[in-house]
Design a protein around this ligand. Structure first.
Ligand SMILES: Cc1cc2nc3c(=O)[nH]c(=O)nc-3n(C[C@H](O)[C@H](O)[C@H](O)COP(=O)(O)OP(=O)(O)OC[C@H]3O[C@@H](n4cnc5c(N)ncnc54)[C@H](O)[C@@H]3O)c2cc1C
Length: 474
């Protein structure tokens, strides 16, 4: 079986003559950009959706999506097409966190579109683009944004490099949905803050003829320094992902051979069972050397969404869903202010940026903690064990799907209770439990201080237009 199967749109879909004046230019036509274009077009706004890629196909991602993401796809009207790729919605999450192991049932699987799903990006992203086209947007592909148009201290449009020469598009608002290396962010001088360097390498690949046990299940096993995930994906394939700590000195000396990858993958029993008799039908994709961050989110005439504005450790599998949440928020406010004053528009995008920080910060820290090297503090699996014993496993899945804030589910009260039980039980050395808890409390204080006084990196280019302040983003 080939894994190149894709619904990718190509150069034939490119617009030969892009519009020169629109309400909104969106740079980047994937998870963040394409649905925003769809929703704005449905609200009657004119949109130019541009991407430097000549075809929207695969991109680096292990593409696990949780229940909220499925609900968004449903509202966008593409869920039937997504399900037609053959990707089965998950019924349960086979979860291991250190010495805790249990099967968590997704509540959404019985009365909603499903508990989660895993669809390769060369299948998903083109479907998002098709939805935009159905809404009347004509994607401008093969068009790289090289500069911003500036007037009266505001961003007023973009300059594109296309096969037929440079093109300028004027707009009331430029949306940077152009990913981690965002050109828009660089050109406006948006600075990163709350930066957390990744300490692990992620690798993943696809297998045919896999035989996972039971109904469609997301396997998420995190123990010691090991991290293995598995999930049925589209086209009858099975996704396997692994992560391990980078050598001291960073990604340069890092290698992951096919043997290393398979050994890591099959150290997880349910994945080993799924792969017995399966064949790997794709190369091994990898990501080494990445940072988690927030970026200044908005300024005069510009706003960032998706990875352009915020990236987190892939361990939490939240990038796509978080992009969709940001799309929802922005699409709800923009139509009401695009015809108003520049001040109203900039006020709305600045409010969006503050909301983004409030909404995603707690999840960001959880993702960073899950992704970092080494064992998870013992009180966390203890919280999870107690909650599942009491039938509250769905609350944990609600954190993964961003339907609940981590601070309410993994609450200080539950942490203190777990520490008390561990100290009383004597299973884990007392000194270790207390040291881990002390470190976690220290992290909380350090992070609270960072929120009050974010540490911004220097902008990578001279600031063209000052970014919105993050002060008061609590
Ligand atoms: C290793 C890894 C694993 C991941 N696993 C998961 C997971 O399991 N679940 C999950 O939900 N998320 C996951 N993510 C995150 C997820 O892939 C991203 O959050 C998501 O792709 C963000 O979408 P986006 O539209 O913001 O940016 P992108 O997908 O990066 O798209 C940006 C687009 O902008 C275009 N562009 C860039 N510069 C320009 C320019 N100058 N002019 C015109 N166009 C431009 C690019 O061509 C690209 O098409 C993972 C990420 C990584 C790296």
């Amino acid at each position: 079986m080939s894994v190149s199967t894709s619904t990718a749109l190509g150069p034939a879909d490119a617009v030969p003559d892009p519009p020169r004046q629109v309400d909104v230019v969106i740079v980047g036509a994937r998870c963040a950009g394409a649905p925003l274009a769809t929703l704005l077009a449905r609200a009657g706004r004119t949109v130019a959706l541009v991407d430097r890629a000549e075809r929207i196909g695969n991109t680096l991602s292990s593409h696990i999506m949780q229940a909220d993401t499925l609900r968004f796809l449903d509202r966008l009207g593409v869920l039937p097409d997504v399900l037609a790729t053959g990707a089965p919605p998950f019924v349960a999450a086979d979860t291991r966190l250190e010495d805790f192991h249990g099967l968590l049932r997704y509540p959404g699987a019985t009365h909603g579109p499903g508990g989660g799903i895993c669809v390769r990006r060369q299948m998903l992203d083109p479907l998002l683009l098709v939805a935009a086209r159905r809404a009347g947007v004509q994607p401008v592909l093969g068009a790289k944004v090289t500069d911003l148009l500036i007037g009266d201290g505001r961003v007023t449009g973009v300059r594109l490099r296309t096969a037929s020469g440079p093109v300028e598009i004027a707009a009331k608002l430029v949306v940077g949905a152009d990913g981690r290396q965002s050109t828009v962010a660089r050109l406006v001088g948006a600075r990163r803050y709350h930066v957390v360097p990744g300490t692990r390498a992620y690798h993943w690949s696809y297998f045919a003829d896999a035989t996972p046990a039971g109904p469609p299940t997301f396997v998420f096993h995190r123990w010691g320094d090991q991290f293995v995930l598995g999930a049925p994906t589209d086209s009858g394939l099975y996704l396997v992902g692994t992560a391990h700590t980078l050598p001291v000195g960073g990604p340069a000396g890092h290698r992951c051979t096919a043997e290393d990858f398979l050994a890591d993958a099959t150290s997880c029993p349910p994945v080993a069972q799924a792969l017995a008799g399966a064949q790997r039908v794709a190369g091994i994709f990898g990501l080494t050397g990445f940072d988690g961050y927030f970026r200044d989110g908005a300024g005069p005439g510009w706003v960032l969404i998706g990875d352009a504005g915020h990236f987190k450790d892939p361990a939490a599998g939240r990038g796509i869903g978080d992009a969709f949440r940001q799309v929802d928020a922005l699409a709800a406010t923009l139509p009401g202010v695009l015809d108003g004053s520049a001040r109203d528009l900039d006020g709305a995008t600045a409010a969006f940026a503050r909301w983004r920080d409030r909404e995603f910060l707690a999840h960001y820290w959880v993702g960073s903690d899950l992704g970092r090297s080494g064992e998870i503090p013992t009180f966390l699996p203890e919280i999870v064990r107690r909650m599942t014993d009491r039938g509250r496993g769905a609350d944990l899945l609600a954190v993964l799907s961003h339907d609940a804030q981590p601070t309410t589910v993994l609450s200080p009260g539950r942490a203190v209770g777990a520490v008390g039980r561990l100290l009383a039980g004597g299973r884990v050395p007392r000194r270790r439990v207390l040291a881990e808890f002390g470190a976690a409390v220290g992290d909380q204080f350090r992070r609270a201080r960072l929120v009050r006084r974010p540490r911004h990196e220097a902008a990578t280019a001279p600031t063209v237009v000052a970014g919105a302040s993050t002060e008061g983003c609590r």
